[in-house]
Design a protein around this ligand. Structure first.
Ligand code: ADE
Ligand code: ZN
Length: 323
C-alpha cells in the first residue's frame, strides 16, 4: 500500500485561521498583549469538544483575536505550510475571513500582506503553489459583504476568488447574490459552503443563484437523489472534510462517513482538512484517517488526489505538472 503522507496532494478547503495551533495562539497572545481566557495550551485544547458548527465558530473567532500584525498572519501561514509540506501538499486554495479581522480594527492590507508573504515563502521553500480566496461571513449582513468587496481597492488584485462561510442554517446563499455577481464580473473564482449543516436546497441555491464553481462540504446533497444526479452530470466538485464533519457532529463517526460512497456514485469528491488545528489533523492525516476507518484503497486515494488537482484553481500548466 502507498504511503498516503507522501502522495502528492492539493487541498481546496482550508481556512488559514483554522490552522492556528494553541502553542502559536499563546505565543501571539503574549506578543500582542491579548488575554486568552485559558490558563494553558492544554486547557485551550480541552475546549475542542464541539457540539456543532456554532459552538466551534465561537471558539474559532475568539482565538483568532490574537492575530494583529501582518507578521502574525505570516507566522500562521508559514506554520501551516511547513506542516502540510511534510504531508505531501503541492497546491492549496486558501480561505481567509477578513471581516473577522477588520471588525477588530486590523487593516485588511495587513492581513493580506501577512498571508501572501507566508504563501510566497512556501513556494520558494517547498514548491507549494497557492491561491487566496476571501470568504464572506454569511451570518453578517450581505450589505457588509458588498461594502467590503467594493472597498477592496488595491487588495482586489491580490485575491483569486471569494467564498462564503460561518454559521450556515438561516443564512442561505441567495442573500449574497449581488456580491457574487460582482465578483464573477471582476473575473474572480467563486465557491461557497453549502450543505454542511443545512439541506440540499442550500446547495441548489449556491449553484443556481451564486453560480459557484465548487461546493464546499456539500454532503447534505445525499438527502436528494436528483441533486446528486445533477452534481454528477455537471461534474461539480465537492470539497468534503470528513474529520470536520465528525468533530462538528454532522456525521457520527469516520467509519460512517459517506465520502467513499460519494466517490463511487460518481461525484467529484475531494478530501480536505477545513480547520486542521481544531479537528485533529492536516490533509495527510485526513487521507490516513479514511484508510484506517473506511479501508481507503490506493486507487481511491489516487482518484481523490486527482480530483483535487483538476478542481483546484492552479493554472493549467501547474495542473499538468502535478498530474
Ligand atoms: N469557518 C471555518 N470553518 C468553517 C466551517 N467548517 N463551516 C463554516 N464556516 C467555517
Ligand atoms: Zn470550511
Amino acid at each position: 500500500m502507498k504511503d498516503l503522507y507522501t502522495l502528492p496532494k492539493a487541498e481546496l478547503h482550508l481556512h488559514i485561521e483554522g490552522t492556528l495551533e494553541p502553542e502559536l495562539a499563546f505565543e501571539l497572545a503574549a506578543r500582542n498583549g491579548v488575554e486568552l481566557p485559558y490558563a494553558s495550551v492544554e486547557e485551550l485544547r480541552r475546549q475542542y469538544d464541539f457540539e456543532d458548527l456554532s459552538s466551534f465558530l465561537e471558539l474559532y473567532y475568539a482565538t483568532m483575536a490574537v492575530l494583529h500584525e501582518a507578521s502574525d498572519f505570516e507566522a500562521l501561514t508559514r506554520a501551516y505550510l511547513n506542516r502540510a509540506a511534510g504531508q505531501g501538499l503541492r497546491h492549496v486554495d486558501v480561505f481567509f475571513d477578513p471581516q473577522a479581522h477588520t471588525a477588530r480594527g486590523v487593516p485588511l492590507e495587513a492581513v493580506v500582506d501577512g498571508i501572501r508573504a507566508g504563501l510566497d515563502a512556501a513556494r520558494a521553500q517547498h514548491g507549494i503553489t497557492s491561491t487566496l480566496l476571501l470568504c464572506f461571513l454569511r451570518d453578517r449582513p450581505a450589505a457588509e459583504a458588498l461594502a467590503m468587496f467594493d472597498g477592496l481597492g488595491d487588495q482586489l488584485a491580490r485575491i483569486d476568488g471569494i467564498g462564503l462561510d460561518s454559521a450556515e442554517v438561516g443564512h442561505p446563499p441567495a442573500l449574497f447574490e449581488e456580491v457574487y455577481a460582482r465578483a464573477r464580473d471582476a473575473g474572480l473564482h467563486v465557491v461557497a459552503h453549502a450543505g454542511e449543516e443545512a439541506g440540499p436546497e442550500y446547495v441548489r441555491e449556491a449553484l443556481d443563484v451564486l453560480r459557484v464553481e465548487r461546493v464546499d462540504h456539500g454532503i447534505q446533497c445525499l438527502q436528494d437523489p436528483r441533486l446528486v444526479e445533477r452534481l454528477v452530470a455537471e461534474r461539480v466538485p465537492l470539497t468534503v472534510c470528513p474529520q470536520s464533519n465528525v468533530r462538528l457532529r454532522v456525521v457520527r463517526t469516520l467509519a460512517e462517513h459517506p465520502v467513499l460512497e460519494m466517490l463511487e456514485r460518481g461525484l467529484v469528491v475531494t478530501v480536505n482538512s477545513d480547520d486542521p488545528a481544531y479537528f485533529g489533523g492536516y490533509v495527510g492525516d485526513a487521507f490516513q484517517g479514511l484508510r484506517e476507518a473506511l479501508g481507503l484503497t490506493d486507487e481511491q486515494a489516487a482518484a481523490l488526489a486527482r480530483n483535487a488537482v483538476d478542481a483546484s484553481f492552479a493554472g493549467a500548466p501547474r495542473k499538468r505538472e502535478m498530474h
